[in-house]
Ligand binder design. Structure first.
Ligand SMILES: CC(C)(COP(=O)(O)OP(=O)(O)OC[C@H]1O[C@@H](n2cnc3c(N)ncnc32)[C@H](O)[C@@H]1OP(=O)(O)O)[C@@H](O)C(=O)NCCC(=O)NCCS
Length: 194
């Protein structure tokens, strides 16, 4: 059976015959093309002795969701380069559904920031609560694991444009904390530190 040309993500644009992937790589892709939503029911094996979902299990699912967003954007293998501090605001209980949504906020040269938001859905009580937010950095790599340039991202809404702007500041902060740049190089946040 041959592969279907219809992409699994309804937000993903199908290339026209006249468009090569190179054209799309050059022109960039919209934020919505990188959207990913994952839902999983929390099973006993995912929980601690209080019946709450274990943090490591949630981080694993978040990493997968973020990797899908990164790979939808780049059409390349992407690796996790960094995970910003993650706060667990509210526990997710056994039997609830964990809903994870991600998208690429901004691309840089070979890296990109992926934002994740996590909710707990209780289908019995019909409740939906926000539990967690995190920012992951992914790097696109070639077949030799070497970083390669990623296509630009096109923010289309005010919310996406705000995330795009803030992503530059977050990137400088994480590179500063990782010792990869100096404060002098951090043009977006330098003034706030001095
Ligand atoms: C991520 C990785 C490819 C970066 O390789 P590198 O030799 O440091 O390459 P570079 O210095 O060219 O950096 C590549 C990009 O990563 C970014 N980067 C590297 N470390 C980073 C960090 N701690 N935080 C944010 N971005 C980082 C750089 O800023 C650069 O981005 P840019 O090109 O958009 O400016 C490499 O460190 C690696 O393969 N790490 C392991 C990845 C992995 O196995 N992940 C799963 C972990 S369990």
């Amino acid at each position: 059976m041959s592969d279907t040309p219809v992409p699994p993500n309804p937000n993903t644009q199908v290339l026209q015959h006249s468009q090569s992937p190179t054209v799309q790589q050059r022109n960039g892709k919209t934020v919505s093309q990188s959207h990913c939503e994952m839902s999983e029911i929390v099973l006993p094996n995912d929980t601690n002795s209080l019946g709450n979902m274990m943090g490591g299990r949630l981080l694993h699912l978040m990493d997968i969701c973020a990797a899908i967003s990164a790979q939808r954007h780049t059409n390349r293998v992407c690796v996790t380069a960094a995970v910003d501090s993650v706060k667990f605001h509210a526990p997710i209980k056994e039997g609830e559904i964990v809903v994870i949504k991600s998208q690429v906020n901004r691309t840089f040269r070979t890296s990109m920031e992926v934002e994740l938001n996590v909710w707990a859905e209780n289908p019995l009580a019909q409740t939906y609560r926000k539990c967690n937010q995190a920012f992951y950095t992914f790097v696109a790599v070639d077949e030799h694991d070497r970083p390669i340039p990623v296509p630009p991202i096109i923010p289309e809404t005010d919310e996406q444009r705000e995330r795009f702007e803030n992503a530059a500041k977050r990137r400088e902060l994480r590179l500063l904390l990782a010792g990869r740049i100096s404060l002098n190089d951090a043009q977006h946040i330098r003034d706030e530190f001095i």
